[in-house]
Design a protein around this ligand. Structure first.
Ligand code: ATP
Length: 269
């Protein structure tokens, strides 16, 4: 089979400045930045540093963004895998991939492994028809084995993201595994404004645009929704060959996004 892309580390230019709001999460993650920058300082005094960090929060709240900001702030390579891509046809492939991934990350330590959608692989075991031997469970078991196999000397932090912490196998959350939990919340009005400011950095706004009014009118929007909103508004302006995005573009974009959301709510059972 093909050598997985995921063995090539990425570098990240994203920093905490790109993550608007989420102050609590940033504070917790910045402790890990310190560690990844100077692991030897921690080792010298025998300080135990978390191995596994679970980022929890609704879709679009910036979990992936936060993991990339950790890599960017620390200046370390970043290995990313989406847990859903482990669901392979051939038994054993997922586990082998996990093994190679951890090997590669250890070689280039200090480094980060990011597992997206942990819930797709980390659901409680023993619920499938495979009687505990199916592909998903083998992969999950391999992740647990790798987490347990760290000797404490390797400066590798494993970050996983989920929007369903409730379905995770409790074995994943045990001490020494994903025992550090960081919650990302939907933004309040002030944080929505901050997110809109980040995403309009390069967007020319017409004089009448008040981003705090946009923020006030978008309760329940996630960071991803707000990014989408700015983009939709910019598209509306571009289509009419305007050089600036107006308040009306924002209104129209918001209505479209809300209508789209209503449509999916109606269609989905
Ligand atoms: P999912 O659970 O759907 O995978 P997620 O929580 O991982 O979502 P991201 O993929 O990180 O969310 O967010 C999507 C995009 O939304 C980001 O790339 C970023 O552009 C924007 N975004 C989300 N949160 C923020 C934020 N706090 N500040 C700035 N941009 C944000």
């Amino acid at each position: 089979f093909l050598e997985p892309e995921t063995l090539k580390p990425q570098t990240s230019k994203i920093t905490f400045e790109d993550v608007a709001g989420q102050e609590n999460a940033k504070r917790e993650v910045s402790e890990l930045v310190d560690y990844l920058r100077h692991p030897e300082q921690f080792r010298q005094v025998g300080a135990e540093v978390p191995r596994g960090v679970l980022l929890m929060g609704p879709p679009g709240t910036g979990k992936t963004l936060m993991a990339k900001a950790l890599a960017g702030e620390a200046g370390v390579p970043f290995y990313t895998i989406s847990a859903s891509e482990f669901i392979e046809v051939f038994v054993g492939v997922g586990a082998a991939r996990v093994r190679r991934l951890f090997e590669a990350a250890k070689k280039s330590a200090p480094s980060i492994i990011f597992i997206d959608e942990l819930d797709s692989i980390g659901r409680t075991r023993g619920t499938g028809l495979g009687g505990g031997h199916d592909e998903r469970e083998q992969t999950l078991n391999q992740i647990l084995a790798e987490l347990d196999g760290f000797t404490g000397r390797e400066a590798v932090i494993v970050v996983a993201a989920t929007n369903r912490p409730d379905v995770l196998d409790p074995a994943l959350l045990r001490p020494g595994r994903f025992d550090r939990h960081v919650t990302l919340d939907l933004p309040d009005r002030r944080d929505r404004l901050a997110i809109l400011e980040v995403h309009t950095r390069k967007v020319p706004l017409a004089a009448g645009v008040a981003l705090d009014t946009v923020a006030a009118g978008t309760p329940g929007f996630s960071g991803a929704d707000l990014k989408n909103l700015v983009n939709e508004a910019a598209i509306l302006a571009a289509r009419q060959q305007r050089r600036e995005v107006t308040a009306q573009d924002f209104d129209e974009a918001r209505d479209r996004l809300l209508m789209g959301a209503v449509r999916t709510l109606v269609i989905q059972p």
